[in-house]
Design a protein around this ligand. Structure first.
Ligand code: PLP
Length: 387
C-alpha cells in the first residue's frame, strides 16, 4: 500500500462493538486471564499488553503507521519530541561516548547536547551543516553517532543525508536524524542510510496544535534498546495523544500538499517585496542547497524564513502588525504562525552565536498554514505597509 493508504488504513484490532473509528484505550493496566497468562506475559514468552508505560493499543497503532511511513523496522512513541531525543541518547550512549552533531539544531536539543548530556559524561562536538570534511574529521574513537536536523530550524539549511551516512558507515557509527520539518511524506532519511529517525509529532504530525508527542523509528535491535530504556524511565505517550496523532496521520499527506503549495506561493511573493533582504525556502531556486533539496525532498515543506530590513526593531514591529497570523511558539499547524527568533527563542544567545546558526536580527520564521494563500498574502502585505 502507498503512504496515503497506509496512514489511513492501518488499524489496531477493534473491540466487539466493531466501531469504525478507533476507540481510545484509557487504561493504565490490562487484566490477565489467569496467573499463567500473567507469568507468560511478564517473562516475555508471550506478547501482549501489561501496563501502559510499556504499551497501549493506541500507541501501538500510531507507531505501526509511522514505522510503515518511514520504512523502518520498528518504533517507539514518546510524550514529546524532546522525550524521543533524550530517550535515544539515554538508551544508545554511555559515559565516555561522544556525539558529532550539526550546529543548527533545535534549541532544547542544543541544551541537551551542551548542558545535560555532559553531566552523564557524554560529550558533543558541533560541525557547521555544510562542513562534510568536519563531520569526518571530528569523529574520534569514542564517537558513537552523528546527529542531524535537515531542514534545520530555523535556518532551513539542508544536509546531504547520503553523504553523511557514507561517513557513518565508513566509521561504524550511527546516523540519527530529526525529520520533524520534512515528515515522512517529504523525506525518508532511512532510505538515505539513517539508522534512527526522530520526530516531534507535536508539529506537522498532529498538525492542529493540540497535543505533544514524539516518535523514534529505526532497526529492531536499536529500538529494542530504546524500549528497554523508556519502559523503565517513563517518557511514554498518553493513549489520548496517541489516538489524536494516529487520526492526524490520516490527513498528513493532504495537509502537507497544501502546506507546501501555499508556502511556495508565499515564498515567491516575498521575493518581490522591497522590504525584504532575502527569502529562504528549500524549493526556491535561490536557496543555496536548492539542487540538494530537490534531490532529497519531494516537496519544499511549510516553513519559510526571510530577513526584514531594519533588524530587531522592524522585526518586532512587523509581528505586531500581523492580524491573521498567530504569534506562537508552535509550527506545522493548520493556522499560519510567525515568530521572530532574535527577540524570542534565541534572545539569550549572543549575537555572534545567533549568527553562527544563521539567525540574523531581522529574521522572521513563517509556518505557512492551510488558509487561502490570498488571505495569507494580504495579512503579510498589510503588516509590511504598516511597519
Ligand atoms: C519542536 C521540535 C522538537 C521538540 O519537540 P517537542 O515535541 O516540542 O518536545 C525537536 N526538534 C525539532 C526540529 C522541533 O521543531
Amino acid at each position: 500500500m502507498r503512504k496515503e493508504t497506509v496512514a489511513i488504513r492501518t488499524q489496531s484490532k477493534r473491540s466487539h462493538f466493531k466501531e469504525h473509528s478507533g476507540p481510545i484505550y484509557m487504561t493504565s493496566s490490562y487484566a490477565f486471564e489467569d496467573a499463567e497468562e500473567m507469568r507468560a506475559l511478564f517473562s516475555e514468552e508471550r506478547e501482549g499488553n501489561i501496563y501502559s508505560r510499556y504499551s497501549n493499543p493506541n500507541t501501538s497503532e500510531f507507531v505501526e503507521k509511522m514505522v510503515l511511513l518511514e520504512g523502518a523496522e520498528d518504533g517507539w512513541a514518546t510524550a514529546s519530541g524532546m522525550a524521543a531525543i533524550f530517550s535515544t541518547f539515554g538508551a544508545l550512549l554511555e559515559k565516555g561516548d561522544h556525539i558529532v552533531s550539526c550546529r543548527s539544531v533545535f534549541g532544547s536539543t542544543h541544551k541537551l547536547l551542551t548542558e545535560i548530556l555532559p553531566k552523564f559524561g557524554i560529550k558533543n562536538t558541533y560541525v557547521d551543516f555544510d562542513d562534510y570534511e568536519g563531520f569526518q574529521k571530528k569523529v574520534n574513537e569514542n564517537t558513537k553517532m552523528i546527529y542531524l536536523e535537515t531542514p534545520s530550524n530555523p535556518g532551513l539549511d539542508i544536509i546531504d543525508l547520503s553523504r553523511v551516512s557514507k561517513i557513518c558507515k565508513s566509521k561504524g557509527i550511527l546516523l540519527v536524524v530529526d525529520n520533524c520539518f520534512a515528515t515522512p511524506i517529504i523525506q525518508q532519511p532511512i532510505r538515505h542510510g539513517a539508522d534512527i529517525v526522530i520526530h516531534s509529532a507535536t508539529k506537522y504530525i498532529d498538525g492542529q496544535g493540540r497535543s505533544l508527542g514524539g516518535v523514534i523509528l529505526g532497526t529492531s535491535s536499536l529500538i529494542q534498546k530504546i524500549q528497554a530504556f523508556a519502559r523503565h524511565t517513563g517518557p511514554c505517550l498518553s493513549p489520548f495523544n496517541a489516538w489524536l496523532l494516529s487520526k492526524s496521520l490520516e490527513t498528513l499527506d493532504v495537509r502537507l500538499e497544501r502546506h507546501c503549495k501555499n508556502a511556495l506561493v508565499v515564498a515567491r511573493w516575498l521575493e518581490t517585496k522591497s522590504e525584504v533582504n532575502w527569502v529562504k525556502y528549500p524549493f526556491l531556486e535561490s536557496h543555496p542547497q536548492y539542487e540538494l533539496a530537490k534531490k532529497q525532498m519531494s516537496q519544499g515543506g511549510g516553513i519559510i524564513t526571510f530577513e526584514i530590513k531594519g533588524g530587531i526593531k522592524k522585526g518586532k514591529q512587523f509581528l505586531d502588525q500581523l492580524k491573521m497570523f498567530s504569534l506562537t511558539a508552535n509550527l506545522g499547524d493548520t493556522r499560519s504562525i510567525a515568530t521572530h527568533p532574535a527577540s524570542t527563542t534565541h534572545s539569550k544567545l549572543s549575537k555572534e552565536d545567533r549568527l553562527a546558526v544563521g539567525i540574523t536580527d531581522g529574521l522572521i520564521r513563517l509556518s505557512i498554514g492551510l488558509e487561502h494563500t490570498e488571505d495569507i498574502v494580504i495579512d503579510l502585505n498589510k503588516a509590511f505597509s504598516k511597519t
